[in-house]
Design a protein around this ligand. Sequence first.
Ligand SMILES: Cc1cc2nc3c(=O)[nH]c(=O)nc-3n(C[C@H](O)[C@H](O)[C@H](O)COP(=O)(O)O)c2cc1C
Length: 348
Amino acid sequence: MRTALTDLVGVRHPIVQTGMGWVSGPRLVTATARAGALGVLASATMSPDQLRSAVREVRSRTGEPFGVNLRADAGDARERVRIIVEEGVRVASFALAPSRELIAELKDAGVIVIPSVGAVRHAEKVAAWGADAVVVQGGEGGGHTGSVATTVLLPQVVDAVDLPVIAAGGFHDGRGLIAALAFGAAGVAMGTRFLLTAESTVPDAVKARYLAATARDITLTTAVDGLPHRMLRTEMVAALEGAGRLRSLAQAVRRASGFRRLSGLSWPRMVREGLAMRHGKDLSWSQTLLAANTPMLLRASMVDGRTDLGIMAAGQVAALIDDLPTVAALVDRIMTEATRTRTTLPPP
Ligand SMILES: Cc1cc2nc3c(=O)[nH]c(=O)nc-3n(C[C@H](O)[C@H](O)[C@H](O)COP(=O)(O)O)c2cc1C
């Protein structure tokens, strides 16, 4: 299926596997690239050296294009951009709108720039700065997310910018892909669906929690790090939501000391990181501590399988997913269903 997205990045199918911290590593990205979709490495949870070796690992296993996701506000964003350029990565994807300078640097080197946006004005801004396409994530999407549903946000962005728009938030099948194309998108980007595949390295116990989730088990909360964050509703999340300021500070300190040992971060560094994430937001001290720990909270579940300690970012679409196909089988199924759906639509 040829769209503005497949033409832009040179993939066979208009499907993106997004960068998810601790989840989108070389194994998942390689499987996605081999299946003909665009795989994106998550770099926010890697050191620059780890990023370089992850890129090389994917490159050694496939000649197909792939991307790297990074945080535009990371202190070492420039160093990561240099790695992307030096290693000849095809696509740079950004969790937050990148600066005009970062976009220019990447584009001068021939890298395709695809920021993720959650609001029309952000899409307009990055379009004016030269982005090649945008991923627009509606509120049903997993991880940090907005409050406007994909069905409302997507057409707004399609109408506002003259760029390929990739729809994210709530997609998992071929019907969704056709619906996104009908809205004017050039493809779909999926996180939760790719987390729940055979090649995803997420521990089985964690995958089982996602598979068992109903729509009511997925919540949007600011209790973890002060930003709206969509995740599975676990006992820990419920406790954070229910706790008063003092109790949640005590809990945060207790958890933070555990994670400090795990992460090797010093207390001053943790507080500094928390304060940086706090920028301008009205976060309590416990939220500030937890904000610094968010990557470690995600790691506890996605790497260590601690469903009790970790957070499990999840889109609402987890409620519709009940299997763990290989990435190749998933992409094949989506494309087969998309073709069938298109041919069975009533004629205009
Ligand atoms: C476990 C998990 C971790 C995520 N981590 C990141 C991240 O590090 N950077 C980012 O830009 N988006 C991150 N996201 C958001 C996804 O990239 C994607 O935009 C979102 O999952 C799309 O919605 P869906 O889950 O309905 O497919 C994460 C999502 C999940 C589920």
